[in-house]
Design a protein around this ligand. Structure first.
Ligand code: FEO
Length: 396
């Protein structure tokens, strides 16, 4: 990616990690970008750096525009290493620069990099005059870490939004309207579900603050920059962070000798008979990050596993541990599965579902292989579950 002037005197000098496929457990099939922005005004300011292996690229792009010794401020919106681990290399080239952070950010930078930079600690409402434009600082703790903040450039009306509104997608085209919007929105939803889902309340406050700013651009920390579909992505964030759900059920299961799979398909038919949309994923063949994205707006989730060694299959355990951290909001959930001489999988799944914060309802199990009556029972179970999802969504 070459440097790109996104507005007068504002450049994207970040890096594109085309090969990145696993972002701490989030599968990133379209790669990851680490966006870093240089503002050349009467004062020179860098918004975020990049992940350490890309620091040389970041510095090279900056150097094509301006000598790094001219940088006055390095704004560190977020200390997570995908945005800040390039800071030590950058500061070697720009030792005169002040590092602008929140109070939590200063603590985190010191612990991560063990360097006493010339820190400038900012809080809500603080303003930095760059000359023609001013930068306004808006701390947003827990969107995504305690240090997190966003920065607003008033003249050009650009919000440097750090992790919010991002997507893990690599493309040589850097703006929303230059790309397939459906693909970008898909990646934005996947990103929200896998990174921000447990932080819905704090994200909701961030969305309210964003809605008050006149915006020509949202320059994200990851992925494409929003300029033509700002209203669309802000509306989606409002919807996702509110925990609003649809008449939709996601069934995620795994199977050993086919019985739990037969159950899953009968249950699916039962849910579908109520008119509720339903999706089915076999976890040994599915992308966990995509399944979680589908759960984001689903009113119900059903998890199935046969019993192996008195417990659930490891594939289901991995999904449930992930869900326990993500705390999906407003979901009705149940567990199902087949067992042989003794059960155990359903209990394992139910315990983890409870810790994930869902509303648990009674599930269904059967011994060995489903017969005709048991297949009917699974269909009816799916039908009742679908009805319950409809009733919950109708409640004000
Ligand atoms: Fe993109 Fe929370 O780091």
């Amino acid at each position: 990616m070459n440097k790109i002037e996104i507005a007068k005197g504002v450049y994207n000098v970040g890096a594109v990690d085309w090969d990145m496929r696993d972002f701490h457990g989030f599968t990133t099939n379209r790669g990851v970008t680490y966006n870093s922005y240089l503002i050349v005004d009467e004062k020179v300011c860098l918004i975020d750096t990049v992940k350490a292996p890309f620091a040389a690229e970041n510095i090279e792009r900056i150097s094509e525009i301006i000598d790094p010794t001219k940088i006055d401020y390095v704004i560190t919106n977020h200390v997570e290493p995908d945005h800040s681990s390039g800071l030590p290399a950058l500061m070697q080239k720009a030792p005169q620069a002040k590092v602008v952070v929140t109070a939590n950010g200063k603590t985190e930078v010191l612990k991560h990099y063990q360097q006493e930079y010339d820190f400038m600690v900012v809080k809500e409402g603080d303003v930095l005059d760059l000359g023609k434009n001013k930068l306004h600082f808006v701390p947003l703790p827990m969107v995504h870490w305690p240090d997190s903040m966003v920065t607003y450039l008033d003249g050009e009306q650009i919000l440097f939004s750090s992790d919010s509104f991002g997507q893990h997608i690599c493309t040589s085209k850097r703006f929303d309207d230059e790309n397939d919007l459906d693909k970008v929105m898909y990646e934005a939803a996947k990103y929200y579900a896998n990174i921000l889902m447990p932080l819905g309340k704090t994200v909701s406050k961030a969305v309210d603050k964003t809605a008050q700013m006149p915006l020509k651009m949202i320059a994200t920390g990851h992925g494409i920059i929003w300029r033509s579909y700002i209203d669309k992505i802000v509306a989606k964030y409002k919807e996702w962070s509110s925990g609003q759900t649809k008449d939709k059920v996601v069934i995620a299961y795994d199977s050993m000798w086919g019985s739990t799979e037969k159950m899953a398909r009968c249950i699916l038919d039962g849910v579908a008979a109520t008119g509720v949309a339903v999706k089915l994923y076999k976890m040994s063949d599915s992308d966990r990050s995509e399944v979680v994205m589908e759960m984001l707006d689903a009113g119900g989730i059903l998890l199935g596993s046969p019993t192996l060694h008195n417990g659930m299959l490891a594939t289901m355990g991995a999904l449930l541990i992930y869900l326990k951290g993500l705390k999906p909001a407003n979901k009705l959930a149940a567990a199902f599965g087949a067992y042989g001489w003794a059960g155990g999988a359903q209990k394992d799944m139910e315990e983890l579902l409870k810790t994930a914060g869902v509303s648990l309802t009674e599930g269904v199990t059967l011994k060995w292989v489903p017969d005709k009556d048991e297949m009917d029972a699974c269909f009816n179970f799916g039908k009742e579950f679908g009805q319950k999802v409809l009733e919950r969504n109708q409640k004000p």
